[in-house]
Ligand binder design. Sequence first.
Ligand SMILES: *Cc1c(COP(=O)(O)O)cnc(C)c1O
Length: 393
Amino acid sequence: MRFQVDKDGFYGRFGGAFIPEALENNIAALQEAYQTIIQEESFKEELNSLLQDYVGRPTPLYHAANLSKKYNTNVYLKREDLCHTGAHKINNTIGQILLAKRLGKQKIVAETGAGQHGVATATVCALMGMECIVFMGALDIKRQAPNVARMKMLGAEVRAAESGAKTLKEAVDEALLYWIDNAEDTFYLIGSAVGPHPYPDMVSRFQSVISEEIKKQLKEKEGRENPDYVIACVGGGSNAAGAFYHFLENDDVKLIVAEGGGEGVDNLKTAATSFVGKEGVLHGSKTLFMQDEKGEPLEAYSISAGLDYPGFGPLYAHMKELNRTEFFAILDDEAMQAGLNLCREEGIIPAIESSHALAVLDKRKFNEDDIVVINLSGRGDKDLDNYRSYFEF
Ligand SMILES: *Cc1c(COP(=O)(O)O)cnc(C)c1O
């Protein structure tokens, strides 16, 4: 198993748990408990029932006939945009909150950048009757007013991180400080396949329902369960980890990652970690990330709020090293055009993150008989202002 973590949470050289001493007990307890708990029958039953009736799973695997015709190949869209709350993130937050309950915690703490993970967390906290505290950079609170309002509607407390650049990094720092002080009764709910072990593995497992369904659905539709290609966008790497999970060990299934190229990888106005990232420790795990000479993380840029993260999860650093994946740095303009193309061809408005995955169709040729699955990670309602000002509608 080349792409599963070892007992210390490493994918090859990457991953692990590089954390302050004050967090060691919390993390060790979680490392010890998570595998056992998520394999219990009662846990699986509760999770599956919520995934079905609350999230709306299985999500369709849609044969996009118009796109297929246009690109002269066979394109399927995995419709995570149809999940409750509009994206894949809820697959993970549901899983982690059930785990938190099994561990006897009463409070959830999370951090959020653009607010999408904050909303997915506030949603499941409302559902489970748990207290929810979301740290968010003060600047992000101003920029993302609708998501702040959603979190408040759902009963979460949104706390402003006022230090430094007042964005995601500061929110992470303050959420961690809060967790250190409140470890007894609080669970830290991370929103992507990043952070110290066990989070990258745990989040990937909760998202793996995506590729589990793809296999079943493709078998029904095409008589074979493995596609030739799976394409997904990567911010931290959770939707891609889910879409890739059950194909990771099978080299016949090619995996393609679309990163936020921003305005290009040459001037560093980008979030394309695989092109400009260097090795180091970010958010508690060893991975690649954009950094200055001192190893401090640089600010990433992408038109998509969900992709503008300076690193990615350790699984991707490992896959890059083993050449398991093809990486594309999709420029802002390419993503926006690909998003509009999906609207016009299929009548589906995608999240700008997902538009990056769609843009691969313009960058790379596929054969006529290839089966290409694109993970449509979310819907575009949240991005309407962005699309509007870009296209001047
Ligand atoms: C948050 C988000 C992403 C990026 O996060 P990953 O952890 O890389 O999946 C992608 N698409 C949508 C719709 C998102 O909300």
